[in-house]
Design a protein around this ligand. Structure first.
Ligand code: FAD
Length: 340
């Protein structure tokens, strides 16, 4: 049976608010236009609802490559390591008259107004909204190959990796060692803080003799300070060592099979390594020519791309985005209001 979580309720309330905002403003799009949205995360799905509600005659198509993003959350241990989904379901979106296509957008032809899809199909658009989230960026670290990334799951938006990390933690020895690696160019600082606290709580509750080391290569001690304060306030008794960039948190090499990480602070051996890579805007934003040298999409406050004015970018892919649900919500509200 479907269980309505607090997260779903919150997202549902948000969608209603966004719809009301956009509906009040009206849209500058022609009634027969086809608005296509790439990505059915919180930003894309809720933008589809807002556009649809504000302009009922508009054809709204939502493209998503991962069908699980529109399914209900399951109650597994891995849920703690997955990114939140939209409250909208496939059936709910379709009931609003939104066409949902399950496919991977591989390219954008701006001149013809067409998207190339992995299945071989294509999709025409008059207005394109991109909400592709983020994708991992490759790093030049010795030993960090596909096998290493499998053995040291990031669990940063990938449900399979979340399940693997949860399984590894379940098998942790009583006095085991867990390492959380955070890159210098960290995409979601708030999520990293939550992850460190979650791992600490997990160890305190299930393996009091185990310990956590956080390799935090971010340039300031801000995260370390926030963590120390939250750990104290929440009374988490776990053994945690937080190594900052200044203390040598930068990773130089990994030997995943042996559970070894070489850092500027020396060699660490661990039973479980949650290895978070740097991220950038989702790959389709790159293919569409919307990404600058930072790896993110520069946009104005309303999401209009500074590299291609006919494109609107929503959610995490935007340069300087907060990369939280609240940030995604704000981007939808600003973009849909901008259609007035
Ligand atoms: C592990 C984790 C936990 C988090 N927990 C929280 C939290 O508790 N609270 C909070 O506020 N924020 C949290 N966040 C951040 C929050 O999830 C994001 O800010 C939010 O999901 C951004 O929404 P989005 O729609 O921009 O991107 P996403 O949610 O990433 O959605 C992007 C969607 O686009 C699809 N897509 C990408 N490329 C294509 C393509 N080419 N073709 C078709 N589809 C495509 C993807 O499959 C995906 O479904 C978390 C993030 C992570 C990674």
């Amino acid at each position: 049976m479907t269980r309505l979580t607090r997260r779903h309720v919150t997202l549902g309330l948000f969608a209603t608010a966004a719809v009301a905002a956009a509906g009040g403003a009206g849209l500058a799009l022609a009634p027969s236009d086809r608005a296509v949205i790439v990505g059915a995360g919180p930003a894309g799905a809720e933008a589809a609802l807002a556009l649809r509600a504000a302009h009922p005659a508009l054809r709204v198509t939502l493209l998503e490559r991962d069908p699980t993003r529109l399914a209900r959350e399951s109650d597994t241990a891995a849920a703690a390591f997955t990114a939140p989904r939209t409250a909208a379901t496939l059936a709910g979106l379709q009931a609003q008259g939104i066409e949902v296509m399950l496919d991977d957008v591989t390219d954008v032809d701006w001149t013809a107004g067409r998207l190339a899809l992995f299945s071989g199909r294509d999709a025409a658009f008059d207005r394109l909204y991109l909400a592709p989230g983020t994708s991992a960026r490759a790093e030049a670290i010795a030993g960090l190959d596909a096998e290493a990334r499998y053995a040291m799951p990031a669990a940063w938006g990938n449900p399979r990796e979340a399940r693997r990390l949860a399984a590894q933690l379940a098998a942790l020895p009583e006095a085991g060692h867990v390492v959380l690696r955070l890159p210098a160019d960290l995409s979601h600082p708030q999520v990293a803080l939550t992850r460190a606290l979650m791992l600490s709580r997990h160890l305190a509750a299930t393996r009091p003799a185990a310990r956590l080391t956080v390799l935090d290569a971010t340039p300031t001690p801000a995260l370390a300070q926030s963590f120390a304060m939250a750990k104290r306030l929440q009374g988490i008794a776990a053994q945690v060592r937080w190594i900052t960039a200044a203390e040598g948190a930068t990773v130089r090499a990994v030997e995943a099979r042996a559970g070894r990480i070489d850092t500027d602070a020396g060699r660490l051996s661990a039973d479980v390594i949650n290895f978070v890579p740097p991220h950038q805007a989702g790959a389709i934003a790159q293919a569409a020519g919307l990404v600058d040298g930072s790896g993110w999409c520069p946009c104005d406050a309303r999401g209009r791309s500074m590299l291609r004015s006919e494109a609107v970018v929503l959610g995490d892919a935007r340069k300087g985005a907060a990369r939280t649900l609240a940030g995604a919500r704000l981007s939808v509200t600003a973009a849909t209001k901008a259609q007035a």
